[in-house]
Design a protein. Sequence first.
Length: 119
Amino acid sequence: MILLSRPGRDLIAPLMTLAAAAVLTATVAAAQNLDAGKSPQKLFADGCATCHRSPRGLAKGRFSLTLSWFLKDHYATSSDTAKALAAYLEAVDTPSPRAAAKRGANRSAPRPAKPLQSH
């Protein structure tokens, strides 16, 4: 049995390889970091402000490393973005002015002594 070759059959393998390379290149090009170059304030505004009104108190005294890991695993697109956002959240992790004034007022005023009760 003699197999006759059809014109173009020898071009199928190279064309398939070229098509696969084009698809892979397009996929890699689409996987870029859209958060690169944004300030931490902008990152918070774009990704966190939907659920959180303010960045204040979100760090809650956590260690920078654990906060950065948490952000990377759940919210940030890269470790650099997570570190920048963690540093920002730590920098603004102070109580609100009203809460600080309230705590300061409670601490500065001495408490009255309880009256002794005799039975």
